[in-house]
Design a protein around this ligand. Structure first.
Ligand code: PMT
Length: 400
C-alpha cells in the first residue's frame, strides 16, 4: 500500500488497540503519521506510537515539522486518507461544528482527503441524540465510519460502542484507497432532487424528493476522486464540496441541462425525481378564487430525460437510473431498465419504512441485465458506495 495515512488518536481506552492498527498499516507499506490529542496521551504514550510508526508523533498546533510548513497544513495536504481511531463523542461533536482547537481537529478541518472514523464510546453516549445528529451531519459531508461494534465495553456495559477490531479498520482503509484509485479521473454526472412544474407565479406541482440520495452519490463519487457534476432540483441541501453544481427547476430544464452535459461523461446516475407531468397553461398572474366554482387544470406528459440521454449514449458510458416504486418493484424496475436503455437500475419500494423519499436511509435492489442484488436497510451514503462499486464492476474495473 503506497499511501500516506494520517492517524488521529483521541482519548478512549480503545487507543491501545490503535497501536496494532499502526503496525498492520506499516506492514502493508503505508506511511503513518500519528496525531494524538492531549487526552489520548493519558491512555497510550506518544513513545509507543513513535516506536511502532518509526516517525515523530504530533501533539500540538505550534510545532513546525519543517521550517516553511505549519504542521496542520502539511499533514492535511500530505494525507491520502485521515483515519481517527478511536473517535470519541467529543471528537464527532467538534468535527460536526468545525471546531479546530488542537492539532487533530485543525488537520481534520483542513484536509481534502477522505476521512474515516472508528467511533468508540459508552453505549448511552453513542445512542444519544446529540451524537447521532452529529454523525448524520458528518455522513452527509462524505465522512466514512467503521463500527462501532456491539459487545462488552470497558465501562462494563454491554451494547454498541466498541471500536472495531484493528484488522477490520485496516481492511476498510484498504477498501477506501482502492475505490478511490479506481474512480480517479472518471467524469460522473449525478441528478438529484425534485422538479417543480409551475401553475402560476406562486404555485407549483412537485414531489417529496429531498435530494439526499443523489447528493450522497455525488459526495461519494468526489471522495473516490471522480470529477463530479451534480444537476439538482430545488433542495435544502448544501452541494458536497468539490462538485460542479447546475440547478434546475422543471423537467424541461433538467432535460436541457442533461443534453448539454451528458456527452462528456463516463458515468451518469439519475437519482432525481422529475415530474412526469406539467401544466398546459401557466398563468402569468396568480390564480384567484372563484366563489367556490371548481377549477380544472390540464396537464401533459413531460419528456423522459433518461430515455433522451440513453438515445445519445456514448461508447464506454455507463447509465444508471432509479425506480421509485409502490408495487411490483422488481418487475417494474426491470421494465424501466430496458425501456430507458440503462445499464443498471436501483429499485426502491418507497412505501417501505426507512426507504425512498426524504429519509436518511434506503432499501434498494440493484438490477442489471444479468441479475439482481437485494440490499438491506442502510444509510443513503452506504447505498451510494454500493452503487458506485456496482458501476465499477460493470465497467470491468475494481469495485470494492
Ligand atoms: O431525494 P430523496 O428524498 O433522497 O429520495 C430518493 C428518491 C426516492 C427520489 C430516489 O431514491 C429515487 O427513487 N429516484 C427516482 C425517482 C423517479 O422519478 O423514479 P421513476 O421510477 O419515476 O423514474 C425512473 C427513472 O427515470 C429515474 O432515474 C428518473 O430520474 C428518470 N425519469 C423519470 C421521469 C422523467 N420524466 N424523466 C426521467 O428521466
Amino acid at each position: 500500500m503506497n499511501a500516506n495515512i494520517v492517524l488521529g488518536v483521541t482519548g478512549g481506552i480503545a487507543a491501545y488497540k490503535t497501536v496494532e492498527v499502526v503496525s498492520r498499516l506499516n506492514k502493508l507499506g503505508a506511511n503513518v503519521d500519528v496525531i494524538m490529542t492531549q487526552n489520548a496521551t493519558q491512555f497510550v504514550t506518544p513513545l509507543t506510537f513513535e516506536t511502532i510508526s518509526h516517525r515523530p508523533v504530533t501533539l500540538d498546533t505550534f510545532k513546525r515539522e519543517q521550517s516553511w510548513e505549519v504542521g496542520h497544513v502539511a499533514l492535511a495536504q500530505k494525507a491520502d486518507l485521515v483515519l481517527v481511531a478511536p473517535a470519541t463523542a467529543n471528537l464527532l461533536a467538534k468535527m460536526a461544528l468545525g471546531i479546530a482547537d488542537d492539532m487533530l481537529t485543525t488537520t481534520l478541518l483542513a484536509t481534502k482527503a477522505p476521512i474515516l472514523l472508528a467511533p468508540a464510546m459508552n453505549t448511552a453516549m453513542w445512542e444519544a441524540e446529540a451524537t447521532q445528529q452529529n454523525l448524520r451531519k458528518l455522513l452527509a459531508r462524505g465522512v466514512y465510519t467503521v463500527g462501532p461494534d456491539s459487545g462488552l465495553l470497558a465501562c462494563r456495559d454491554v451494547g454498541a460502542g466498541r471500536m472495531s477490531e484493528p484488522e477490520v479498520i485496516v481492511a476498510e482503509v484498504e477498501r477506501l484507497l482502492l475505490a478511490r484509485q479506481a474512480m480517479a479521473g472518471l467524469r460522473v454526472l449525478v441528478t438529484a432532487g425534485p422538479t417543480r412544474e409551475p401553475l402560476d407565479p406562486v404555485r407549483f406541482m412537485s414531489n417529496r424528493s429531498s435530494g439526499k440520495m443523489g447528493y450522497a452519490i455525488a459526495a461519494e463519487a468526489v471522495q473516490r476522486g471522480a470529477s463530479v457534476t451534480l444537476v439538482s432540483g430545488p433542495t435544502a441541501l448544501d452541494a458536497p464540496e468539490g462538485v460542479a453544481l447546475t440547478q434546475i427547476q422543471t423537467t424541461q430544464e433538467l432535460l436541457d441541462a442533461m443534453l448539454r452535459l451528458c456527452d462528456a461523461q463516463d458515468v451518469i446516475i439519475q437519482a432525481a425525481a422529475p415530474a412526469d407531468y406539467r401544466f398546459v397553461e401557466v398563468s402569468a398572474q396568480k390564480l384567484k378564487k372563484r366563489n367556490g366554482e371548481p377549477r380544472t387544470v390540464t396537464m401533459v406528459e413531460n419528456p423522459d430525460v433518461a430515455q433522451a440521454v440513453a438515445a445519445r449514449k456514448q461508447a464506454g458510458q455507463t447509465l444508471v437510473g432509479f425506480a421509485a416504486e409502490t408495487n411490483n418493484a422488481i418487475a417494474n424496475a426491470q421494465r424501466k431498465l430496458r425501456q430507458k436503455g440503462l445499464d443498471l437500475i436501483v429499485a426502491n419500494d418507497v412505501t417501505l419504512e426507512g426507504a425512498g423519499f426524504d429519509v436518511d436511509t434506503n432499501i434498494a435492489t440493484l438490477i442489471h441485465e444479468n441479475g439482481l442484488t437485494p440490499l438491506p436497510l442502510m444509510s443513503k451514503h452506504a447505498l451510494a458506495a454500493e452503487i458506485l462499486d456496482a458501476v465499477m464492476t460493470l465497467r470491468g474495473g475494481a469495485g470494492s
